[in-house]
Design a protein around this ligand. Structure first.
Ligand code: SF4
Length: 115
């Protein structure tokens, strides 16, 4: 199953997600991109491996993906809460959003502005 067949992805409009057709994950098993869910429901091929370790391996697929930046922006803009997108886990995307807000605030108000 392709990652594009995953719930959140298939719910998006075809036009806004055409870039997914060029993603390195197009023919990769979906469970690699949603390891926490797959592990929780007991469907991981190897339940001994932690979801975090699987996510780390999955991120390597993303880092060489030709549409990684678009994928990451899509995940951030749509506030996607699950899965690896654009080479980042959900926690890393939350951190990325926070860092961007901080950078933007500093650009606007100067380096020593407080949150
Ligand atoms: S960055 Fe990762 S999740 Fe996004 S399209 Fe590429 S391989 Fe798939």
């Amino acid at each position: 199953m392709s990652i594009m067949q995953g719930g959140a992805r298939s719910a998006q409009s075809e036009i806004s997600t055409r870039w997914q057709e060029r993603g390195s994950c197009v023919d990769v098993d979906n469970h690699l991109f949603f390891p926490w869910y797959t592990h929780r429901v007991g469907r991981m091929p190897n339940q001994e491996v932690s979801p975090d370790d699987i996510a780390e391996e999955t991120k390597k697929i993303c880092w060489s993906c030709p549409v990684r930046e678009t994928c990451l922006e899509y995940a951030l803009e749509n506030d996607l809460k699950y899965g690896v997108w654009g080479g980042l886990t959900p926690k890393e995307r939350v951190r990325e959003k926070r860092n961007r807000r901080t950078r933007k605030r500093r650009e606007t108000f100067g380096r020593y502005s407080y949150e």
